[in-house]
Design a protein around this ligand. Sequence first.
Ligand code: SAH
Length: 376
Amino acid sequence: MSDSAEPRRPLPLVMEAPRGRAKPPVHLADLDPAGRAALLAERGLPAFRAKQLSHHYFGRLVDDAEQMTDLPAGQRADLVGALLPPLMTPVRTMEADAGTTRKTLWRLFDGALVESVLMRYPGRATMCVSSQAGCGMACPFCATGQGGLQRNMSTAEIVEQVLAGARALARDEVPGGPGRVSNVVFMGMGEPLANYKAVVGAVRRLTDPTPDGLGMSARGVTVSTVGLVPRIRQLAEEGVPVTLALSLHAPDDELRNELVPINTRFSVEETVQAAFDYAQATKRRVSIEYAMMRGINDQGWRADLLADVLMRGDWGWVHVNLIPLNPTPGSKWTASDPADEAEFVRRLEARGIPTTVRDTRGREIDGACGQLAAAE
Ligand code: SAH
């Protein structure tokens, strides 16, 4: 991390994936249009075919070479092999909510396992994607946090999770008729801002107009972070105005140091200020994520303290999203009492802070937030 201006504090966690391992195959979704053409040229293939391949992948959502009939039959396999190598295979798919919530466990080229979740609602469909195999942030209440970090995912590995959902929707495989992915949330496995370059690349691919990318609106993309302050500041200048979600979970350093260990490096004050500056720079309202844990962070006085901490500028910059804790196996924490949750909401709203309680789709398939652990 380029944080040489930061005061030196002990680094409690592994922030970078181990180096020197084999890399995932390079794929069209890793590259911009010029890079795609260059890669074909390098392999002695006609560069202008890159555009057609992009159209098949992002525009038509085709992944079967047989259906790419505008490519010369004699070259098709080479072209597809060069730019559309297989990246992941589904190991298992689990469904809930009458098929409108689907969790898929994927095996990556090196055996690493990650999960993604498709959630379809009337009028929209959200893909929750992983950005790392495992996670190095070690939040004790999060299932992924318990296993440590295996590796960063590539841009194409991230994008391909969204494309898998887009294909399923386009092919009418999800109840509700043919549809498209309207939202992408980086709330699966991993800390997206610890895999910054690949995640920003994925956001670009998702938001670039078709056929260069999937043509989504940046406002439909949410990047959720524990609060890597220098990366939040960098993201604000990236020119991709995605929605930022900050996993705060406590308004005071004492408790947040325990719940979100990176807080020992970036305090609540620094982190919330960075989120506020992000909102000012992008004009996008920041979402504060707060998992409600019984007797831990759900006291009325902590709601008041949270309101104090979020009071800067005008209220328009922030929105609080309370998540009923999904207890992970062996965890000492449980979800808050409904009465305590209601009181917490009441106190925030009394201070004028827009507050919602997140729906908990996919709980019974361990597809709910924080439960993606790829235990195989
Ligand atoms: N590393 C990123 C994104 C992944 S987690 C982040 O921390 O923001 C997505 C959200 O699920 C985060 O807000 C995270 O704190 C929350 N979460 C993790 N474990 C949870 C659990 N057991 N119950 C409820 N929410 C949880």
